[in-house]
Design a protein around this ligand. Structure first.
Ligand code: ADP
Length: 158
């Protein structure tokens, strides 16, 4: 079975993440969407809330599983017997950091390959950060995130 890990903060999940998940699941038998514990960024949503929102959205898609992990991504990939890590690339601005991470992960474990997927054009300007900013300022985010996420954001900022 070919398994891939899609790691991230998912604070919160957006339609851009879902686009990447839909592409990845066509390439693999199973895609594990994994929320990192050791997040140095101060997340808006707790780990539990991020997992709940993922379960209500990505978790409903065939051959997609939601998980959480602590520590090194390559160790988690090994534990899950996953041969690939999926990352989304939106623009050149994502490239430098992603390139460094991919090569470092390869150094740590040569058996894990990083695969970059590009979302539909309309999602290239979408990020969890910008969605939170719009919601905080009272804007309408319903076109950018699933309905349960829009609701959770309006509860936070309402
Ligand atoms: P991280 O904190 O690991 O960057 P994110 O949840 O912000 O976690 O993103 C997880 C992955 O999804 C990253 O590879 C990121 O580039 C990608 N991603 C985020 N938003 C989009 C989008 N709109 N289109 C494509 N990929 C995206």
């Amino acid at each position: 079975m070919r398994c891939a890990i899609y790691p991230g903060s998912f604070d919160p999940i957006t339609n851009g993440h879902l686009d990447v998940i839909e592409r990845a699941r066509k390439l693999f038998d199973e895609v594990v969407v994994a929320v990192a514990h050791n997040d140095e960024k101060q997340p808006l949503f707790s780990l539990k809330d991020r997992l709940d929102l993922l379960r209500q959205t990505a978790g409903k898609i065939d051959n997609v599983r939601i998980a959480e992990f602590e520590g090194l991504l390559v160790e988690f990939a090994r534990k899950e017997e996953a041969g690939a890590v999926i990352r989304g690339l939106r623009a050149v601005s994502d490239f430098e950091f992603e390139f460094q991470m991919a090569l470092m992960n390869r150094k740590l474990d040569t058996s894990v390959e990083t695969i970059f997927l590009m979302p539909k054009e309309e999602y290239t300007y979408l990020s969890s950060r910008i969605v939170k900013e719009i919601a905080r300022l009272g804007g309408d985010v319903s076109g950018f995130v699933p309905a349960c996420v829009a609701k959770a954001l309006s509860t936070k900022f309402g």
